[in-house]
Design a protein around this ligand. Structure first.
Ligand SMILES: O=P(O)(O)OP(=O)(O)OP(=O)(O)OC[C@H]1O[C@@H](n2cnc3c(O)ncnc32)[C@H](O)[C@@H]1O
Ligand SMILES: [Mg+2]
Length: 170
């Protein structure tokens, strides 16, 4: 299966490569169509869908995957949320949500001021481009789960659905 991923972020590309059968993904920089820092579950989900569709529209691959990270405020506390989507040339789209976990208030205050989570996290963890490494989930779980592994779960749910529903339709 030749798959495109709508991001050049190595954690997202590696997550797709780890799950797909032939292990080679094409990475494409495509617009998410939402803010650089999505601020709700809905916006994050839409970003993932837009990326997946944009990959397929480029015409290089039959199947596109979009992965998007965002934040969602629940009861005054910010949570990181994660969404993924898979799209094919026939217009089929499947979606999956990933892990959620709360962010400390000191980070929430910066998000409210309009800063992006990526730079906030790098400053907080004192790790350059932490969004391309273990990510916020790696920091706040003391390394129990990193951002790539978190996306691996989403990609498995996406590809799994794609295979299941293709069989059912056949
Ligand atoms: O190149 P792309 O694919 O856009 O990769 P990205 O790291 O910017 O990831 P997203 O656009 O999906 O995430 C939106 C913002 O939230 C940040 N973010 C999301 N999850 C994060 C995490 O686990 N650790 C650090 N930053 C994160 C990210 O860096 C962006 O500033
Ligand atoms: Mg981004």
């Amino acid at each position: 299966m030749y798959v495109g991923i709508g991001s050049k972020n190595p954690v997202k590309v590696k997550a797709v490569e780890e799950v797909i059968d032939d292990g080679k993904a094409v990475s494409l920089n495509v617009p998410s169509g939402v803010s650089e820092q999505p601020f709700s579950d809905e916006e994050t989900r839409l970003g993932a869908i837009n990326r997946a569709k944009a990959v397929v529209e480029r015409g290089k691959v039959e199947i596109g995957i979009g992965l998007e990270g965002g934040v969602e405020e629940i009861d005054g506390q910010f949570f990181v949320c994660n969404w993924g989507a898979i799209a094919d040339k026939n217009g089929t789209v499947h979606q999956a949500g990933g892990a959620r976990f709360p962010l400390p208030d000191v980070i929430g205050e910066k998000l409210r001021k309009g800063e992006e989570l990526g730079p906030i996290m790098s400053e907080y963890a004192r790790i350059k481009e932490v969004n391309k490494k273990e990510g916020a989930i790696g920091i706040f779980t003391d390394g129990a789960l990193d951002r790539k592994e978190m996306y691996v779960h989403i990609v498995k749910i996406l590809i799994g659905q794609f295979k299941y529903y293709s069989k059912v339709k056949a």
